[in-house]
Write a protein that binds this ligand. Structure first.
Ligand code: SF4
Ligand code: SF4
Length: 405
C-alpha cells in the first residue's frame, strides 16, 4: 500500500488542559504508568518506513517529566533525524525550548483561534481559562521569538467557524502566518452535551471552502485539508492524509503505541473501548463503500468515504457524516483548477486512479493533454496509458505522511 501512516507515541500522561471536547477515554484512569522502553522497542519494530511521521502525543506531552520527554525525543531523533510533538503549550519551559532545538522538533500547537474563539479549549473554570488563554498567546510568541516554527491544529466548531467568527478565525490565521489543519470537531458518542457546538456538514463545507478561497490567494498559507485535496486532484502519487486515504476502522492509518508498548488503532477509535490493532492492512470499509454509499461519487478514488471515525450515526461502516463538506471542497477546487487549466488531466479523469496510480506509486502527468494545444479537447474516453508517467521517472514529493490529525 502506498498510503503513509502516522505513528503516535501515546504515553497517556495526565492532561492539565481540560478542553471541553477532549475525547480521551474517561474509563482509563489518568496518571496511568507508561513503559517507555517497551514503547520505544515497539517503535523500532514498526518504524521501517522513513516517510511515516512519528509524533509524541498525549495527553499533554509537556507534562511528562523532562527526563522522560527527552528520552522519547532522543529515541525518535535517532530513528528519523527529526522529531514531532502535538501540544497545547501548557507547561512550556526554557528547557523544552532547548530540547526542541537539540532534537529538531516540529511542533503542532492545538489552538482554535484567538482567545475569544478558542473557548472550547483549556480549563472549564472561567478564571483558569483566562489564565490559560493568556499563557497560550505568550507561549506562541515565545516560540517565535526563539525562531522555533510551529504548525497548528484547529478544531472547527460553531464557536469559531460560522459567520463573522469564521472571518475572525481567517484574519487571525492570515495575519499570524498560521499554517495548519482545520478539522471538524470529533464528538465521541458518550458526549451529548457538545453536539450544540458541532458544525453541520453544510457549515463545514462553507468553512472549508472559505478557508480554501483565502489560501488560494496566498501561496504561503499551507491550510489543510485544502492543500492536500489539491495534491490529490493533481494525482500526487500517494494520497495525502488519513481522512481520504481509505483508513479502515479495524486497523486505521494511524498507529498508536500505547503506554504498555502495544499497538493500538487511531485514538479516535478509543471511544469504543477496543484499542488494539492488527498489523495486517485491510480496505474492507472502502471496498464496501465503493459498492454502496459512495458508488456514484466521482471523488471516491481520492476520498474513499472519509474518516472512519466520522461514520454517519457513529457507525464506522458508513461514509463520513461530513460527506457534503468533503465533496463540496473537492468540487470547488476541481472547478478552480479546471478554470485555470481547461485541458488539465486530474486524478478523477483516470479510470480506477486509486489502484492504477496510488497503489503503484505512479504520478499523473497533468499536462499531458495541454501539449496538444487545443483549448477545447474532450475528456479522454479510452484507457489511461497517456495520462500518467513511469514511477521511476516521476516521484511525488508531496511529503506523504507528514500530516497531523
Ligand atoms: S465525497 Fe462523500 S460520497 Fe464521495 S467518496 Fe467521499 S464520502 Fe463518499
Ligand atoms: S480514524 Fe479518522 S483520524 Fe483516525 S486514522 Fe482513520 S481517518 Fe485518520
Amino acid at each position: 500500500m502506498n498510503n503513509m501512516a502516522t505513528i503516535l507515541l501515546y504515553p497517556k500522561v495526565d492532561c492539565p488542559v481540560g478542553c471541553a471536547y477532549c475525547f480521551a477515554d474517561p474509563g482509563v484512569p489518568t496518571g496511568a504508568k507508561y513503559d517507555k522502553r517497551a514503547m520505544i522497542e515497539k517503535l523500532g519494530e514498526i518504524s521501517g518506513d522513513p516517510h511515516e511521521s512519528v509524533i509524541l502525543h498525549g495527553g499533554e506531552v509537556l507534562s511528562l517529566p523532562v527526563r522522560d520527554f527527552e528520552f522519547f525525543l532522543k529515541a525518535v531523533y535517532k530513528l528519523r533525524g527529526t522529531t514531532h510533538i502535538q501540544t497545547s503549550l501548557v507547561g512550556l519551559t526554557a528547557e523544552h525550548i532547548r530540547l526542541f532545538k537539540k532534537y529538531k522538533t516540529n511542533i503542532g500547537v492545538s489552538v482554535d483561534g484567538p482567545p475569544e474563539l478558542n473557548i472550547l479549549r483549556g480549563p472549564r473554570d472561567s478564571d483558569q481559562n483566562q489564565t490559560y488563554q493568556k499563557k497560550l498567546v505568550k507561549n506562541m510568541a515565545w516560540l517565535r521569538e526563539k525562531n522555533i516554527g510551529f504548525g497548528t491544529i484547529s478544531v472547527l466548531t460553531k464557536a469559531n467557524a460560522v459567520g463573522d467568527k469564521l472571518e475572525t478565525l481567517i484574519e487571525w490565521a492570515s495575519t499570524n502566518g498560521i499554517n495548519g489543519r482545520f478539522n471538524p470537531m470529533f464528538l465521541p458518542f458518550w458526549s451529548d452535551s457538545l453536539s450544540q457546538y458541532q458544525l453541520t456538514p453544510q457549515e463545514l463545507k462553507t468553512a472549508w471552502i472559505r478557508l480554501a478561497e483565502v489560501a488560494l490567494e496566498n501561496p504561503k498559507l499551507e491550510w489543510l485539508p485544502a492543500r492536500e485535496f489539491i495534491d490529490n486532484l493533481l494525482g500526487c502519487s500517494s494520497l495525502a492524509c488519513c481522512i481520504v486515504a481509505r483508513c479502515d476502522y479495524l486497523t486505521t492509518m494511524c498507529k498508536t503505541i500505547m503506554p504498555d508498548g502495544n499497538l493500538a488503532r487511531c485514538d479516535r477509535c478509543f471511544q469504543d473501548g477496543y484499542y488494539y490493532r492488527s498489523n495486517l492492512p485491510t480496505t474492507a470499509r472502502a471496498d464496501m463503500l465503493g459498492q454502496t454509499e459512495c458508488s456514484d461519487c466521482k471523488y471516491f478514488s481520492i476520498c474513499g468515504g472519509g474518516c472512519a471515525g466520522e461514520g454517519e450515526g457513529g457507525d464506522p461502516r458508513h461514509k463520513t457524516m461530513y460527506c457534503e463538506a468533503y465533496y463540496g471542497l473537492y468540487e470547488f477546487l476541481e472547478k478552480r483548477i479546471r478554470g485555470m487549466m481547461p485541458n488539465v488531466t486530474l486524478s478523477v479523469d483516470v479510470p480506477d486512479y486509486y489502484n492504477e496510480c496510488c497503489m503503484k506509486g505512479k504520478r499523473i502527468n497533468f499536462t499531458e493533454r495541454m501539449k496538444e494545444g487545443t483549448w477545447m479537447s474532450s475528456p479522454p474516453d479510452s484507457g489511461h496509458e497517456d495520462y500518467y508517467m513511469d514511477p521511476e521517472q516521476n516521484r511525488c514529493n508531496c511529503g506523504g505522511g507528514e500530516h497531523g490529525r
